[in-house]
Design a protein around this ligand. Sequence first.
Ligand code: SF4
Length: 65
Amino acid sequence: MRIQADQSKCQGHGLCRMSAPDVYDTDDEGQVVVRFEGDIPAELEDSAVLGVESCPEVALTVIDD
Ligand code: SF4
């Protein structure tokens, strides 16, 4: 499972980071950074989904390969 972040939608609220700090961060400009470029480690998948669901801008998408 991967997470795709749409930077054009991200408003930098940081709710994803607060919900799942092991998966999401924000950069100096307040844009979301997914800590994993490829697959999310299995033990963090639930956290990753929580972060997706917390985003009010629908900027995060789960990609199931
Ligand atoms: S919650 Fe959404 S809008 Fe806010 S920083 Fe995360 S991805 Fe960006």
